[in-house]
Ligand binder design. Structure first.
Ligand code: ADP
Ligand code: MG
Length: 385
């Protein structure tokens, strides 16, 4: 086992595209680290630099404390699992799993023992004689995993290994892979564009956008304490509402205007985000998670604003209701400052302000049979009738 360290890593492709900017990230020994971000943000590039499949333009990548920039892929002691599985169609499951070991000329007894071990772990024992085309998507995926684990590498590198599976199987496989990784204890870097996959699988999650690492943290920390607007909007379902609100200071207190009402910020918020005072007379971005809003009738102690519910969506265990408030919606792309989770101290970018819709559409979520809670979600496109 080994740790993996990116140190100020850049990647510039021959055509001049810079896919990764100054990436510094430590993946601890035995850790399951998920690299997540939208398509094209540089995840695969970062992973391929660890694998030795892509040259490193600047900085260093180390595995187990050894800089591997000039070490060939074969000598890095890593195993990679790809999205398309890359199985050999003419070989049986057992031969596919054994392939890497054969190449390394392992003893036959060792190969047989390892293949049996992997097949058992992955529930593939009954299928060892089949060809890949005689397997379901999920079984093929497990064969690809088997081929990686029999090599007992220092590091697993997985690039969207579940994207080709249907939704239900994906949920099952993500639990299986996370469990397998815990059993093996092998350092793993796992790439996905799916924030739910990232949140459910990772010990820690590294969020990337446009080639730049935004934040790396435990999943709950990312959710509770996003460090910037990109992470705030990317992590969580439904996405956090980001609203541009005026700030006023009066009698030593600070208030914001939301939905036409003036809401005083509690002392604990001011202690946590003292810089919000500096924006009095201007605007800040605030983030509202739907689950942190409550119907006024349930929480007489909290500040309130009025809104008319326009649409209720029933999702079975809960319902969501949409309503408008009189504030601008913030697009995460438009603002680059560091933010705080309830009152952002970043000054919102004013470009394009004239084009914004002067409204946001928060969302009400009701837990059936339990206390009702109000959720907020801002949307640019109307979903009401
Ligand atoms: P992700 O895996 O997050 O979707 P990639 O790492 O594949 O993103 O790509 C990051 C950026 O690098 C994209 O803009 C992509 O077009 C570009 N890119 C990827 N591979 C190459 C390549 N071989 N040559 C030039 N540009 C590339
Ligand atoms: Mg990719």
């Amino acid at each position: 086992m080994a740790d993996v360290a990116f140190n100020e890593v850049d990647k510039i492709y021959d055509n001049g595209v810079q896919a990764v900017f100054d990436l510094t990230l430590d993946v601890h020994d035995g850790e399951f680290l998920v690299l997540v971000g939208p398509s094209g943000c540089g995840k695969t590039t970062a992973l391929r630099m660890v694998a030795g499949l892509e040259d490193i333009s600047g900085g260093t990548v180390s595995i187990g404390g050894r800089v591997v920039n000039n070490v060939s892929s074969k000598e890095r002691d890593i195993a990679m699992v790809f999205q398309n599985y890359a199985l050999y169609p003419h070989l049986s499951v057992a031969e596919n799993i054994a392939f890497g070991l054969r190449l390394r000329k392992e003893a036959k007894a060792v190969i047989n023992e390892r293949v049996a071990w992997a097949a058992k772990l992955l529930d593939l024992t009954p299928y060892l004689d089949r060809r890949p085309k005689e397997l379901s998507g999920g079984q093929r995926q497990r064969v690809a995993m088997g081929r990686a684990i029999v090599r007992k590498p220092q590091v697993f590198l997985m690039d969207e290994p579940l994207s080709n599976l249907d939704a239900k199987l994906r949920v099952q496989m993500r639990a299986d892979i996370a469990k397998l990784q815990k059993e093996l204890g092998t350092t793993t870097v796992y790439v996905t564009h799916d924030q739910i996959e990232a949140m459910t699988m990772g010990d820690r999650v590294a969020v990337m956008s446009k080639g730049v690492l935004q934040q790396v943290d435990a999943p709950q920390r990312l959710y509770d304490r996003p460090e910037n607007l990109f992470v705030a909007s990317f992590i969580g379902t439904p996405p956090m509402n980001l609203l541009d609100v005026p700030v006023q200071s009066a009698n030593g207190g600070v208030s914001i205007t939301l939905g036409g009402a003036s809401l005083t910020l509690p002392d604990e918020v001011l202690r946590e985000y003292p810089r919000v005072r500096e924006y009095a007379g201007g605007n800040v971005a605030i983030g509202l998670r739907a689950g942190d809003l409550h119907p006024a009738s349930d929480h007489a102690d909290l500040p309130t604003f009025r809104a008319r519910v326009e649409l209720v969506e029933s999702l079975g265990s809960e319902s969501m209701a949409y309503f408008r408030v009189d504030n601008f919606t913030i697009r995460s792309e438009a603002s680059r400052g560091r933010v705080v989770s309830t009152a952002r101290t970043a000054a919102p970018d004013r470009r394009g302000a004239g084009r914004r819709r002067p409204e946001a559409r928060p969302l009400l979520r009701q837990a059936n049979g339990c206390a009702t809670s109000l959720m907020a979600r801002s949307q640019r496109s109307p979903r009401s009738r």
